[in-house]
Design a protein around this ligand. Structure first.
Ligand code: ADP
Ligand code: G6P
Length: 492
C-alpha cells in the first residue's frame, strides 16, 4: 500500500460503504498496520474497484482516525472518521443492534433507541458530505448497504447532478417486520434518493416496492416507483457474486494445493473433511450446524476417527451483546462435543476463532469434501460461491441453507432447512455418502452458475442499468445536458 498526497481528486466513480476495504490497526506497542476488512461486501467490491479505479469513501475501522485520503491498489481511499460514541450508537447500535437483526427475520431481537437513530442520521450526513466533496461533476456514486440508507437522499439534495445507485447486501425484510421500525418512513425516503435500489433477491426488491406502495402510497409498475416529483426510482434484484476466476486460479496454484494436502494431514488425514467458514454471526447458523454434526457423531452415523469438522470463524462485532453470547455458546458447544465424543488423537470438531488470509481459505476449500453453509437468513452468502469456485476437479459437495440468498441460484446444492436439525443431519449425511457421479453432476451445475454469474457480471449489470437512467431526472438536467439546479430529495 502506498500512502500518498492528501489531495482530493474529483472522481467519476465513487463507492461509499461503511468500511474502507482495509482496517487500520494499532498494536500495543503503537505500531500501525492495515489489514483486509471482514465480510462479503469487501470481498465482492475489491475486484470491482481494481477494475474501475475511482474512489472509495469509508470508515477506517478504528475510533477517532482523522486520516488524509490515500491511494491503495489502484484506487483512492477517502477515510471518514467516527468517534468512540458514534461507533457505539451508529455502528454497534443502530446498524448492528437495530437494522441487522430486523432485516434478518428478527432471529435476534432488534432494539430501538432514539439516540442510536440520531447518531445514524448524523453519521449518514457525514458520509454524504465526504462523498459530495470527492464526486466530480455528473459522477456515478454507488452507496452500499444498510449502514448508509439515508445517504442517497442526502446526496441528491446536495448534488442533483449525480447518478446515484444503492445496493443492499443484506435481505430487505417483509413489510410485516419492517413496519416495526419507528423510523421506517425516513429509511424508505432515504433509499428513494437513489436512481436504482439494488437487492440480492427478487423477494427483497418486491418487499421494498410493496412498502413504498402501502406506506407512502406511491405508484409502482413492476420495478419502477414513481415519486411525487415525477422522478422514478427502480427497485431490482442483482444477486452479488465473487471473482470466481481469481479464486479458481488461487486454488490451483502450487502453494495452495500443497497447503491443502498439508491441512488434511494436520487434521489427521480424515476420510471425510467437513468445513464451515463464517463471520462469527448469529445469522450464520453455526451453533445449529455444529449441534447437528455432534448428534451425527453421537449416533455413530459419523465416525470421528474417520471424519473431521473444521470450523473457522472470523471475530465480528465483539462488543455487541448478542455476538458475545454467541461466542460463549459456540465455545461451550464445541467443548462439550469434543469432551464427550472426541478422542486423544482427534477432536470431533476443530474450531478456530480467527481470520485467515485468502490463500489459506482457498486451501481449506480445496481440502474439504463437504462445505456446510447453514445461515438462518443471509442476503447472499459468498462462502458457498468461493467453495464452488475452488472445486475445479468438480468433486466436493455443498450443503446449503434454503434461507441464503444464494439458494435461488445454487439449486444443485444439498439444500437444508437450518431450523430443522433432522434436515441438517440428513443433508450432511447425503452429501457425505452420495455417489461420486451424483456429486460431480451437482458440482458441474453449481460451477456453471458461479462462473457465468461472477462479480464482474454483477457490477456490469448494475452499472449499465445506472448509466441508462435518463440524464435528466425530475425536470432537473444534469451537467452537460443543461444548467444544474438545486432540488429537494425524494420527498414522498
Ligand atoms: P458476510 O458478508 O455476512 O460476512 P459472506 O459469506 O457473504 O458473509 O462473506 C464472508 C466473507 O468473509 C467471504 O469472502 C469469506 O471468505 C470471508 N471469511 C469468512 N470467514 C473468514 C475467516 N475465518 N477468515 C478470513 N475470511 C473469512
Ligand atoms: C456483512 C455486511 C457488510 C459488513 C460485513 C462485515 O457483509 O453486509 O456491510 O461490512 O458484514 O461486518 P462489519 O460490521 O465488521 O463491517
Amino acid at each position: 500500500m502506498s500512502e500518498a498526497a492528501p489531495q482530493l481528486q474529483p472522481a467519476d466513480f465513487v463507492v461509499v460503504a461503511n468500511r474502507l476495504p482495509v482496517d487500520r490497526t494499532t498494536d500495543t506497542g503503537g505500531a500501525v498496520a492495515w489489514r483486509t476488512s471482514p465480510g462479503g461486501l469487501v470481498t465482492a467490491l475489491e475486484p470491482v474497484m481494481q477494475e474501475r479505479h475511482g474512489a472509495w469513501v469509508g470508515w477506517p475501522g478504528a475510533p477517532d482516525e482523522a486520516l488524509d485520503p490515500f491511494d491503495y491498489d489502484g484506487y483512492h481511499l477517502v477515510p471518514v472518521p467516527l468517534s468512540g460514541q458514534e461507533i457505539e450508537d451508529y455502528y454497534e447500535g443502530f446498524s448492528n443492534g437495530t437494522l441487522w437483526p430486523l432485516y434478518h427475520d428478527v432471529v435476534a431481537k432488534p432494539e430501538y433507541h432514539r439516540e442510536w437513530w440520531d447518531a445514524y442520521h448524523a453519521v449518514n450526513e457525514r458520509f454524504a458530505e465526504a462523498t459530495m466533496r470527492v464526486a466530480g461533476p455528473g459522477a456515478t456514486v454507488w452507496v452500499q448497504d444498510y449502514q448508509l440508507q439515508l445517504v442517497p437522499q442526502m446526496l441528491r439534495r446536495r448534488r442533483p447532478d449525480l447518478r446515484i445507485g444503492f445496493f443492499l447486501h443484506i435481505p430487505f425484510p417483509p413489510i410485516e417486520l419492517f413496519q416495526q421500525l419507528p423510523w421506517r418512513r425516513q429509511i424508505i425516503e432515504g433509499l428513494l434518493g437513489a436512481d436504482i435500489i439494488g437487492f440480492q433477491t427478487p423477494g427483497g426488491a418486491q418487499n421494498f416496492t410493496r412498502i413504498t406502495r402501502q406506506r407512502l402510497k406511491l405508484e409502482t409498475h413492476r420495478e419502477m416507483i414513481t415519486l411525487p416529483s415525477g422522478r422514478s426510482a427502480r427497485a431490482k434484484a442483482y444477486p452479488i457474486s465473487i471473482d470466481a476466476k481469481g479464486f479458481e486460479t488461487l486454488a490451483q496454484s502450487r502453494p495452495v494445493q500443497d497447503r491443502a494436502r498439508e491441512l488434511r494431514h494436520e487434521l489427521g488425514d480424515p476420510e471425510v473433511l467437513f468445513l464451515g467458514v463464517d463471520r462469527l454471526d448469529y445469522t450464520k447458523g453455526i451453533y445449529h450446524r455444529l449441534r447437528a454434526y455432534g448428534e451425527l457423531v453421537a449416533e455413530r452415523v459419523i465416525d470421528p476417527r474417520k471424519a473431521a469438522f473444521l470450523q473457522v470463524a472470523t471475530p465480528s462485532r465483539e462488543r455487541v451483546e448478542e455476538y458475545k453470547r454467541l461466542r460463549d455458546d459456540v465455545n461451550m458447544l464445541v467443548g462439550r462435543i469434543n469432551g464427550d465424543l472426541g478422542d486423544l488423537r482427534r477432536p470431533a470438531i476443530t474450531y478456530l476463532h480467527a481470520s485467515f488470509p485468502r490463500a489459506e481459505l482457498a486451501a481449506m476449500y480445496t481440502a474439504a469434501d463437504v462445505c456446510v453453509v447453514t445461515p438462518l437468513r443471509d442476503g447472499m452468502n459468498l462462502v458457498c460461491k468461493e467453495y464452488v469456485a475452488c472445486r475445479s476437479g468438480t468433486d466436493g459437495a455443498l450443503v446449503l441453507s434454503e434461507f441464503a440468498g444464494a439458494a435461488g441460484e445454487l439449486r444443485q446444492a444439498y439444500m437444508i432447512n437450518p431450523y430443522d436439525i433432522n434436515s441438517m443431519k440428513h443433508g450432511m449425511t447425503l452429501a457425505m455418502n452420495d455417489t461420486v457421479q451424483n456429486k460431480r453432476r451437482r458440482m458441474r451445475a453449481l460451477r456453471r452458475q458461479v462462473f457465468t454469474h461472477d462479480i464482474e457480471a454483477w457490477a456490469t449489470s448494475f452499472l449499465d442499468d445506472l448509466a441508462a437512467v435518463p440524464a435528466t431526472t425530475a425536470g432537473v438536467p444534469r451537467p452537460g445536458v443543461g444548467a444544474p439546479a438545486s432540488r429537494t430529495g425524494a420527498q414522498a
